[in-house]
Design a protein around this ligand. Structure first.
Ligand SMILES: [Zn+2]
Length: 294
């Protein structure tokens, strides 16, 4: 490298400035991808999955960029600060998480964000955790070998009391109690584990009997069935049962007319059938609240 020390330093200053401009451009484009729901149309179950798999970002980088993009969308005044380097991406992303817990007004948000400009990640974290104890990380999951994962959870007073009572009632230690709870819980919520009661199929009713749900989970392999250009969304998260021909349009509740979709693709299909306006009420809801949106 034939650069003088001064040139080398200047070169890096220029490159860092370009990097900040580029990050801003990425955030701008991510905002548009979210607005168009392009990630869902490309068979991804979330913007996060799109960033990691399509754009090859690391999980940490994807999470930070998405959170920062949402923060800038809410408080556009921060865009210039990010470009100039006086506000870090990690600050915006932590602040976005903070405001989820703390209902600040827009002027209060601007004031707090401005006060965080130029601070290190640790300083920002400390300040936000002082203002809201909910910011403190409650769960830490780390895979420590092929077979084992270490998980530490911070319990509040009520949760600890319930845990202690369960330990008394079952006469078990934490590890055995966890085994017992997980097994029991899975039986309750996993259609593949539940024992279906013998009920008569009612194709004209909207309700999906457990036996039918079980058959559907088995047929669809417990994964989202949305496909585009031969690519399938394989999400297993929060799956919902979708009527291919919508129930509202006379679609029947029988295996041939049903499929599993993740919340994002269930919404996308509903928008395609009923239009954005009619679905607006559902779209403002979080994925889990959308229900069977057909
Ligand atoms: Zn999906």
């Amino acid at each position: 490298m034939k650069l003088s020390n001064q040139e080398l330093n200047q070169k890096l200053i220029d490159l860092s400035r370009k990097e900040r401009v580029l990050v801003n451009e990425i955030l701008d484009h991510l905002k548009e991808v979210q607005k168009r729901r392009l990630y869902a149309k490309l068979a991804y179950s979330s913007l996060f999955e799109y960033c990691v798999k399509e754009l090859k970002m690391s999980e940490g980088s994807a999470g930070r960029k998405i959170a920062a993009m949402r923060m800038i969308t809410e408080v556009p005044e921060m865009e210039e600060k990010l470009k100039s380097g006086s506000m870090h991406l990690s600050t915006l992303s932590m602040a976005q998480r903070f405001f989820k817990h703390e209902p600040y007004t827009k002027p209060e948000k601007v004031k707090l964000l401005t006060s965080l400009a130029g601070k290190s990640k640790r300083e920002v974290e400390k300040r936000l955790c002082t203002l809201s104890p909910k910011m403190a990380k409650r769960t830490d999951v780390r895979q420590i070998s092929e077979e084992h994962t270490r998980m530490s959870i911070t319990l509040n007073k009520e949760q600890k009391a319930i845990l202690d009572r369960l330990k008394e009632l079952k006469g078990m230690r934490e590890e055995d109690l966890l085994d017992w709870m997980l097994e029991r819980c899975l039986k309750q919520v996993d259609p593949l584990k539940k024992k279906p009661r013998k009920t008569k199929a009612k194709p004209k009713a909207r309700h999906i009997p457990m036996a039918l749900k079980k058959a559907l989970y088995e047929r669809d392999g417990g994964r989202c069935q949305f496909k585009v250009n031969g690519k399938q969304c394989h999400s297993r998260h929060g799956l919902q049962v979708d009527h291919k021909k919508p129930y509202a349009l006379g679609g029947r509740t029988e295996l041939e007319n049903l499929r599993l979709l993740c919340p994002e693709h269930n919404r996308l299909m509903a928008i395609r059938v009923f239009g954005e306006n009619k679905m607006a009420r559902h779209l403002s809801n979080s994925p889990g609240k959308c229900g069977e949106a057909d």
